[in-house]
Unconditional design. Sequence first.
Length: 419
Amino acid sequence: MLSEVTVPQKGLSDFAPIVGDDVVRELKSLAGKLAGSRVLHINSTSYGGGVAEILYTLVPLMRDVGLDAHWKVISGEPEFFTVTKAFHNALQGMPLSLDEKARETYLRICRLNAEHFSGEWDFVVIHDSQPAGMIRYLSKGGARWVWRCHIDLTTANDTYWQFLDPIVEQFDAAIFTLPQFVPRDLRLGLVKTMPPCIDPMTVKNDAVSRDEAVRIVEGFGLDSKRPILLQVSRFDPWKDPLGVVDAYRIVKKKRPEVQLVLLGSMASDDPEGWDYFERTARHVGEDRDVHLLHNVKGCGNLEVNAFQVLAEVVIQKSTREGFGLVVAEALWKGKPVVAGKAGGIPLQVLDGRTGFLVEGVAPCAERILYLLEHPKEKEEMGRAGRKHVLENFLCTRNLKDYLEIFTQLREQTAAVRNR
Ligand code: UDP
């Protein structure tokens, strides 16, 4: 229950050559006022998916600027994660029902994790719905509690939201990726919106040479001289891997040399992963130019990087998406992305400038073909995409947003005390 995640060390100053000295100076000054603050992040997995990706950088950077930051993950029986995946799906709009047994499982595991909660904190940040229920069983003490919602709630299933809403309203603040994700009936003192971000200095995002990328990609049986279409995503219905395969088939008729890679990690809090992987494999059938890869087959961060670097076109055909870190990762490597017009994707894919926004299989195939046939334009879009990420979606901006929220919460507390 509730175990601490070990994170690497990171130095904010190391980011100065990328983001500039002024940004680093500003962050240090902002953090100075929060020095020594005890911050606890809690989520449901230390591996797989965007939240873990963000925390691996955010927690060390918070430490580097003087906060006493920690990250813990909850645990639970497989049934709990089946229930929380239903939460995830329903909150993104699936018409699912929520029976008494599922409610009981959710709250029971949240209570068990809450029983293992320890330490004194100034700020507790709970990520997504899985651990949110813990707040029901804890006294907040002197801590300010923040709920960070990473998913797209625009069409949230009302039964699930009505269950979660009173829990979320126990928090002091909530953070959403986009204004349109904030539920209209949410009553909370502080509601913020901010998109997530990527770390440009990780193995996944740091520059990798073309030679090394070729070696890695060929190691998985691909021909590096033929164009590669790539989607990097968990095997999840919202990421629409079946639609990607269908779009590839249309492209393949005109450009028989293309290969498709669907690369997905199996997150420990996502019990649907293997089922959906098998479903995708059945949909692919015998085509030897389609490669289904995942972390269990040795595709880790460096491999994701190599595929993104070598891909001719990156696809992210999501139909719902909180933000889609993979989009920022690909843009950072100078690859325009053909992506579903969903959730936080349009923040990153500026249609016609850093990629193309598409709805449906045929438009997706059409835009892939367009990029394959217009290499100059593709390069220009790639450059614009990298600049867009540099200016908006790097981890230094995320750190700044959190420092500002903590500062605001601290000021609110002080104001209440002085009343
Ligand atoms: N990811 C990975 N290996 C994979 C698939 C995904 O490392 O095979 C990473 C990906 O690079 C990104 C994160 O998992 O950093 C997925 O985040 P995103 O926001 O795109 O989607 P989520 O899974 O959170 O819905």
